[in-house]
Design a binder for this molecule. Structure first.
Ligand code: ZN
Length: 281
């Protein structure tokens, strides 16, 4: 592998840190620097020594940028409201300190009060957080989740719901994170991607393995599953998105490998897909 960050085909690749969950942050950053991958998407619990500034310095030292920060959200009452609000404000500040343009929101599950109440709480929570995001020049990205996560992660289970919410609040500091793993099953996906296109600020890629062995850690590396990744990415590109493409694969088997091995593997798998996107824009 002789890829370098100057190659247009890999310049947009980002490794979401969930793909190398059990490796250290330094291991991931070194692997990306070595492979010429210019972006990572850090997770807050993986900050070096719990310190966002130290993490920023480690990124800068390797000329790696943060494509997004994971994550804020959980607006639906699964934690005390004051704690949720202050943690989300802190997440916005950390995104800014990290130089990350985007903070990904996992919006919180449907609870005993039902889906409509959860959606209302999410809308109110985002409305309350938005001024802080504007102050810090951070874009909040609502990520719709696959419906199987409705009780644990997010009441936003279709891309159209995210688009309705984001267009309803309508602000440049509020957008959508489209993750192939969460949206691929939607029979109206092409239209949904088009509706979301003006608000799409982040793209995540993972494949759907058959059979799925684990709810949370059963995602596949691109090419190992049944999702038409090229088709989805071409649709997103036609809609005008030209930012980083994050590979986000939560998978125990992938986690058992060295970060350097995973990064090179991901790079090889994404190269043909990114070439196709380049051709589509
Ligand atoms: Zn994602």
């Amino acid at each position: 592998m002789t890829a370098s960050s100057t190659q247009p085909t890999t310049a947009r690749l980002s490794i979401n840190q969930a793909t190398t969950e059990t490796s250290s942050t330094e291991e991931l950053l070194d692997a990306c620097a070595q492979a010429g991958v210019g972006y990572v998407a850090p997770w807050r619990h993986k900050f070096i020594d719990g310190d966002v500034r130290r993490t920023r310095r480690a990124l800068d030292a390797r000329s790696i940028r943060a494509s997004s920060l994971c994550r804020g959200g959980f607006f639906t009452g699964t934690r005390p409201p004051a704690e949720a609000a202050s943690d989300n404000r802190r997440a916005v500040e950390e995104a800014a300190e990290l130089g990350s343009p985007v903070l990904v929101l996992v919006c919180g599950p449907v609870t005993e009060t039902g889906a409509a109440a959860a959606l209302e709480a999410i809308t109110r929570g985002i409305e309350a957080l938005l001024p802080h995001a504007i102050d810090h020049d951070v874009i909040l990205a609502v990520e719709p989740f696959h419906p199987m996560f409705a009780a644990e992660r997010s009441a936003i289970i279709r891309l159209d719901q995210a688009t309705d919410l984001v267009t309803g609040l309508d602000h440049p500091n509020l957008g959508i994170a489209v993750d192939t793993y969460h949206v691929w099953w939607d029979p109206d996906l092409a239209q949904a991607l088009e509706r979301a296109s003006a608000k799409t600020v982040a793209v995540h890629v993972a494949d759907w393995l058959v059979p799925t062995q684990s709810l949370l850690q059963g995602r596949g590396l691109p090419g190992d599953g049944i999702i038409d990744l090229a088709g989805i990415l071409e649709n997103i590109a036609r809609g005008g998105y030209d930012g980083p493409v994050e590979v986000e694969v939560l998978n125990g088997e992938v986690w058992s490998r060295q970060a350097s091995d995973v990064v090179l593997d991901v790079q090889q798998r994404l190269m043909p897909l990114l070439e196709r996107i380049g051709a589509a824009v």
